[in-house]
Design a protein around this ligand. Structure first.
Ligand SMILES: Nc1ncnc2c1ncn2[C@@H]1O[C@H](COP(=O)(O)OP(=O)(O)OP(=O)(O)O)[C@@H](O)[C@H]1O
Length: 224
């Protein structure tokens, strides 16, 4: 049997606020297998973003163990963690964070160049992903020339560009109206399934969560 793409064992995280300690994550256990799409539900402030930041290896300060594709993050130095992130993970945020001075295609090309892919191949991949998302006619538009839904679809293409084993998505459609949100999420799920990637998708939205393979709920610092 293959390795889980991510395994969390007893993950903890506390913050100090006004001299008071808040235990946000109190021992989170989670295992995601290749190709599995998991919805992470929980009310505002329950720690969904904090959990995604842990898995994304973007911040320290966590207790417990994070294993990405068989590699323990705790046992890796900063360079090895960067490689783990680059080789295995993709990110889609609620607000797209696209580079404003670059067009849609270039926003999807750049992370591939950083990962060492030749420009020609990177452009081909960017065009393929953007076309699959219905943006074949928007390749040379800059973010400011795109609608909110279009911007978010470019962010989806960028998150998938390097064929990550696991896509981490934090409220990927949270800033869109309901109809657009449904459409973008449907395209996101279809593309992730087609690519065979796994995904961990934080959302408040129970209805959208039901479209995924499995739902986990964050409540009082643990997953139920
Ligand atoms: N850097 C920080 N310093 C202090 N407290 C923090 C920090 N980051 C998060 N918190 C606290 O941790 C708790 C969980 O925050 P988090 O953003 O993970 O929740 P969330 O479930 O993603 O919420 P939302 O759905 O509103 O985005 C909140 O009470 C928040 O105030």
């Amino acid at each position: 049997m293959s390795n889980p793409v991510v395994e969390l064992k007893g993950l903890t995280r506390s913050f100090e606020q006004g001299g008071e300690r808040i235990d946000v994550l109190r021992g989170v256990d989670l295992k995601i297998m290749p190709g599995e799409i998991v919805a992470l539900l929980g009310p505002s402030g329950s720690g969904k973003s904090t959990l995604l930041q842990a898995v994304g290896l973007l911040e320290g300060g966590f207790g417990g163990e994070i294993v990405i594709a068989g590699n323990s993050a705790e046992k890796s130095d900063a360079n090895a963690r960067t490689s783990l992130r680059r080789d295995h993970l993709g990110f889609v945020y609620q607000f797209h964070h696209l580079l404003p001075d670059f067009d849609a295609r270039e926003n999807v090309v750049l992370p591939q160049l950083v990962a060492g892919r030749p420009r020609g191949e990177a452009e081909e991949r960017a065009e393929q992903l953007l076309t699959a998302l219905g943006l074949g006619h928007r390749l040379t538009h800059r973010p400011s020339q795109l609608s909110g839904g279009e911007q978010q679809r470019v962010a989806v293409a960028r998150g998938l560009a390097n064929r990550p084993a696991l896509v981490l998505a934090d409220e990927p459609t949270g800033n869109l109206d309901e109809a657009t949100s449904d459409k973008v999420l449907e395209q996101f799920l279809q593309l992730v399934r087609g690519e065979g990637s796994a995904a961990l998708v934080a959302t408040h939205n129970e209805r959208l969560a039901q479209r995924m393979d499995r739902v986990v709920r964050l409540h009082e610092g643990v997953l139920g």
